[in-house]
Structures are given as structure tokens and as C-alpha cells.
Design a protein around this ligand. Structure first.
Ligand SMILES: Cc1cc2nc3c(=O)[nH]c(=O)nc-3n(C[C@H](O)[C@H](O)[C@H](O)COP(=O)(O)O)c2cc1C
Length: 365
């Protein structure tokens, strides 16, 4: 690629692919500002002011890494390299701004992960559990830079342990009002958005039957109703069994990504996020389904940092019990290095998924 100039159309094409980057609950907490023919800014907002799962902003930082990697892959596909520079954010503590500069690459070639950007989608349904082949595992290993490691949990007893852990973590999420305040906002129960939602999670992508969907919608109308159903009618037992325990069993296996040296800085999370994106896109190119299982990592971090994430004593007590289970699974000394957990399995593409905001809605002047 000899051209020194990036036609603005190219930036738009790069961003149009990049907007398919996944974000927690499809929040897409970013905006893009085109600065010149060769540069644009990314304005990333963390959700720490309302989302209990992002109290320390770390999941947002991790997601910036996923976005950087998606932008890089799209830029390379168009013959450009990227450079990122953090910019001042004024007084807004929840905002992180980066300047991205594009430079022409000497070699233009198809990026092997580019086509997976738009087709990749979280798979929350039960998956086929045929074990991964050595070739498939090698493809995942090849995504890792020095300092990262993958541990696989594939035996039936390991899958059951992870299922129990996820079931227990969901119990923490359902008993606390702080969890309800998030869940009641992120599922798109609006008419017409049950299968594809541009800003939230469509209910059909959760992988539960229509009756459970309808009951969930009804129960989520108010905290008092949800709390009553959860506490006195055991109304979340089926959801936890179906969405957490069974899915953990019905897959090929779970991978735990660990990072040996970790200082929990913004750069640290971004580096991890980049690896996560490569792993997820690699799963897609191999025709495998993938679902992040982030809550054990997040709650373990809250425990270590002494973050008081709920006013509900049951939630705090249960999170502490689950943390012990998590340590039992991965080992006491390894728990600090845990960066990401996900399940992988054999599946066809989801028939319901989150789609995205239009690029025009993500551009700022
Ligand atoms: C950092 C991160 C953590 C996530 N954690 C979970 C999770 O614990 N469980 C889950 O079902 N989905 C999880 N997701 C998936 C998102 O909800 C999903 O990617 C988003 O709604 C967009 O949908 P799509 O992947 O189908 O495009 C996570 C995504 C990201 C980026």
C-alpha cells in the first residue's frame, strides 16, 4: 500500500466493521470522532455509575481492548496499521479518550479474522459437546502472546463444577437489587425486538423457552415482584439450572485465560481484551460457538479488592462462598491471574442476536 492518504470512506468502512465488536450486554459504550483523513478519536465511557458489574470500570477497560483489536483487524484488511494514544478526558472520570492514527502498511493482505467480525455472536444455547481436536486447540494457543496461558476444563466433573459455580454466581446476581437494576434494563422486551435488538439483548437469544421468557418479562416489571418470586416461590431456580448449569455441561469445554504478570492497569486490561477478541473470532472461524462466563472473574476481583457491591447480606455471603469454590477450581495462587473464562462448543450460528447501533449514531462531531 503506497498511498499516504486514507480516504475518509476508508475510516468509515473500518468503523463500520468495528462497531460489530461485542460489549457487555450490547451496551456499545463508545463514540467515534473523525479528526482527519488519517485519524479519529474513540470516546469510551465506563458504566460504573449504574452497573454493579462494572463498579471498578474494569470490564469496560477490558472491552476497550476488544474494540482496539477489532479496529486493528479492520484497518489491516484495508491496508493500514494503527497507533493509539490516550488523550486528556477533562474532568470526566468515566470517559477515556484515545486518538487512533492510521498509517499505510507496506503489505496489503486479507486478515484471516476479518470475515468473522460480523458473523461472530455470543452463543447462549446448549451446544454440542464433542471434544475439541488438537488442531482446534492449537488455533486458540496461537492467539496468545507471551505471558498468557489457556487452561481447559473439559471432563464431565470439571464441567459440573463450573456449572455449579455459574449457578451460584447467578444466585448472587438474582438476590440483590443491584443485579435487578441492571437485568431489568438490558433485555429488550419491546415488541419487534425479541429476535434482534440494536441496543440490548433480545430475549430469544437467551436460549429459554417462550413460557420462561414470558414469565421473566412479567417478573421483571418491578423489584418487589421479582424479589418475591425469587425469595418465596424459588422462581429463579429453573433459569439458573437452564441458563447456567446445563449450558456449562452442554459444550465441548471451558477455557480460562490467565495472565502471569498483571498490574490491573488500563493497559493491562486492554492487552487482555485484545487476546479475548482474537480467541472469540478464532472460535468463529473454526465454526465453534462461544459464550463468555465473566461473573466468576468479576466477583473474585470484587472479593480481593474488598468492593462492597451490594447492600444485601445474602448476596455478599453467597459471593464469598462462590469465591472459595472458584479458588478450589483454579487454585488459590492462580486466581489473581485469571483474566477471562468462556465456554466453547459445537453449534450453528444463533438465530437471535444483538445487532448494533447505526454508525451514524456512533459518530460525534
Ligand atoms: C467483556 C464481556 C463480557 C461478557 N460476559 C458475558 C457473560 O458473562 N455471559 C453472557 O451470556 N454474555 C456475555 N457477554 C456477551 C455480550 O452480552 C454480547 O457479546 C453482546 O450482547 C453482543 O452480542 P453479540 O456477541 O451476539 O454480538 C460478554 C461480552 C463481553 C464483551
Amino acid at each position: 500500500m503506497n498511498s499516504e492518504h486514507v480516504i475518509p470512506d476508508t475510516i468509515l468502512q473500518i468503523l463500520d466493521s468495528a462497531r460489530w465488536c461485542p460489549s457487555p450486554d450490547n451496551l456499545q459504550s463508545w463514540k467515534f470522532k473523525i479528526i482527519s483523513e488519517t485519524s479519529f478519536e474513540i470516546h469510551c465511557r465506563d458504566e460504573s455509575d449504574w452497573m454493579v458489574y462494572d463498579l471498578n470500570g474494569h470490564v469496560s477497560w477490558l472491552t476497550i481492548g476488544l474494540l482496539f483489536e477489532t479496529i486493528d483487524i479492520s484497518a489491516k484488511q484495508h491496508g493500514f496499521n494503527t497507533r493509539y494514544e490516550k488523550r486528556p478526558n477533562g474532568d470526566d472520570q468515566q470517559l477515556t479518550i484515545f486518538l487512533v492514527t492510521l498509517t499505510a502498511d507496506e503489505i496489503t493482505s486479507q486478515h484471516p479474522l476479518f470475515n468473522a467480525i460480523k458473523t461472530r455472536s455470543v452463543q447462549r444455547k446448549l451446544m454440542g459437546s464433542k471434544p475439541l481436536s488438537e488442531r482446534e486447540k492449537l488455533a486458540f494457543e496461537q492467539c496468545l502472546p507471551t505471558g498468557f496461558e489457556l487452561t481447559w476444563f473439559e471432563s464431565s466433573s470439571e464441567k459440573k463444577k463450573i456449572g455449579k459455580l455459574l449457578y451460584g454466581n447467578s444466585h448472587t446476581r438474582y438476590v440483590m437489587k443491584e443485579g435487578y437494576d441492571v437485568h431489568s434494563k438490558i433485555i429488550d422486551f419491546r415488541k419487534g425486538y425479541e429476535t434482534f435488538s440494536p441496543t440490548k439483548i433480545p430475549p430469544k437469544s437467551l436460549g429459554v423457552d417462550p413460557i420462561t421468557q414470558a414469565l421473566t418479562k412479567w417478573a421483571m416489571k418491578s423489584w418487589s415482584r421479582f424479589h418475591f418470586v425469587e425469595k418465596y416461590l424459588f422462581g429463579t431456580v429453573w433459569a439458573k439450572f437452564r441458563l447456567d448449569y446445563l449450558t456449562a455441561i452442554k459444550c465441548s469445554g471451558h477455557f480460562l485465560l490467565t495472565k502471569t504478570e498483571t498490574d490491573k492497569s488500563l493497559d493491562d486490561f486492554i492487552e487482555t481484551g485484545r487476546v479475548v477478541m482474537r480467541l472469540w473470532l478464532t472460535a468463529e472461524t473454526l465454526g465453534l460457538g462461544c459464550q463468555p462466563e465473566y461473573t466468576p472473574i468479576m466477583f473474585a476481583e470484587f472479593q480481593r479488592e474488598g468492593i462492597n457491591f451490594s447492600t444485601d447480606a445474602r448476596a455478599l455471603q453467597n459471593a464469598s462462598t462462590m469465591d472459595e469454590q472458584f479458588k478450589g477450581l483454579v487454585g488459590e495462587e492462580k486466581v489473581r491471574t485469571c483474566a477471562f473464562l468462556a465456554r466453547i462448543g459445537r453449534s450453528s450460528a444463533p438465530t437471535s442476536r444483538s445487532v448494533r447501533k447505526e454508525l451514524s449514531d456512533l459518530l460525534i462531531g
